[in-house]
Design a binder for this molecule. Sequence first.
Ligand SMILES: Nc1ncnc2c1ncn2[C@@H]1O[C@H](COP(=O)(O)OP(=O)(O)OP(=O)(O)O)[C@@H](O)[C@H]1O
Length: 291
Amino acid sequence: MNQKNSTHYLTVDQKIYDLEPKNLDDAEVIMECQNLTKEFSLVGRDDKVKALNNITLQEQSECKPIKKGEFVMIRGPSGGGKTTLLNLLGTIDMPSSGTIKLLGQQIDTNSSDSYLSQLRLESIGIVFQTFNLLATMTAYENVELPMKILNKLSQKVIKQRVINLLTRVGLQDRMDHLPSELSGGEQQRVAIARALANSPQIVLLDEPTGDLDTKSTVEVMDLLLSINNFGYSSEETQKVTMIMVTHNPDIECYADRILYLADGQIVKQVYNERQVPIDWEDYVKYLNANN
Ligand SMILES: Nc1ncnc2c1ncn2[C@@H]1O[C@H](COP(=O)(O)OP(=O)(O)OP(=O)(O)O)[C@@H](O)[C@H]1O
């Protein structure tokens, strides 16, 4: 249909990447969890909402842990618990019960806020549907900010890194632009560059293409696919683990694995044999035929 079935090549910035099937069997475990539940109290009411119910991603279970370099998508109906799960895996929120192990570290209610915020700053990049760029800062300044906060690199190294990252996402000519001077797709690419600023091991994405038109969706997905497989730059070529919430079934082909969540539980799990980028011209034909 809309995928490049004859080849598995991905073209980004005139470079052609060959996508082989991934073998993650022996890859390092990045994220595992056991019997995760999350309940929300409602203001002025005694009953609670059970947003997640017994989520387990473990070697011994049917749903395996998330491995280094894996691209996992989370799909399912509205209210199913996707964002709640992403927030728990990213240590933005704490489970009501159950355990999470992230990069070999146990995360629980004893983990201090300062420890968790440092872990997020160094190891986790986060991308949101609505970009969440700082409106008064240029693309350059938005990408620079996480490195300034981490405060581990010299100003000279930071500068080179911002330029490399904005070049990597195809915005080398837009560094001085404010978010309001960029298209939605461009703003999301700035947000991706910002998420990568401190070379995180994991990138979490909550509906990153939800506010984008179809062309920008394909461009952003191609970019994520190339970062997932080939790293941040020619100097940093390690695979980047990605966990992404999406409502869009057409882009499932970009994932290694898709977890379907409904009523707070994993109801289905699908593995793609290999990741396949969408061929834009075929996709337009497919969309026209189906609309
Ligand atoms: N802060 C909160 N307080 C109370 N209930 C909440 C809160 N956050 C989420 N919920 C409830 O938890 C359930 C799961 O919500 P969640 O946002 O994780 O679903 P989702 O699958 O991401 O939905 P969507 O696709 O609509 O974004 C829903 O019933 C939601 O109303």
